[in-house]
Design a protein. Structure first.
Length: 115
């Protein structure tokens, strides 16, 4: 198992896969976006999409498994809240990849400038 390490965090391959697989779906990205600004009940979220309540629940389960949202009870409702820390992890990883590629491009530019 590979661990992605940065100054701020360590992520395993499994964690990275769960985060990016969850974010690969349009509906799940929209759920994360909506719940980062304000928590919502599963029912409220289900009304926003042209799919069954059960389908929305499945999307939420995937997001929860990736740590992108949290679920808690408020009376009879289950409320969903986005997890900004998980988004920061994804952003930190993407920034690390960007630095790697930028370094490669800089080295290629230097090599081409020598010729």
């Amino acid at each position: 198992m590979v661990v992605y390490q940065t100054q701020d965090m360590d992520l395993s391959d499994d964690e990275v896969d769960r985060i990016f697989r969850a974010l690969a779906d349009t509906t799940r990205r929209d759920i994360v976006r909506r719940t980062l600004t304000d928590e919502a009940s599963i029912s409220d979220l289900a009304h926003r999409y042209e799919m069954s309540f059960a389908a929305v629940q499945k999307h939420i389960t995937v997001l929860e498994g990736a740590g992108l949202v949290t679920k808690h009870r408020n009376g009879r409702e289950r409320r969903i809240r986005g997890n900004p820390e998980a988004i920061r992890k994804a952003q930190t990883l993407l920034n690390a990849y960007e630095r790697i590629w930028q370094g490669r491009i800089d080295r290629l530019d230097a090599l081409l400038a020598q010729n």
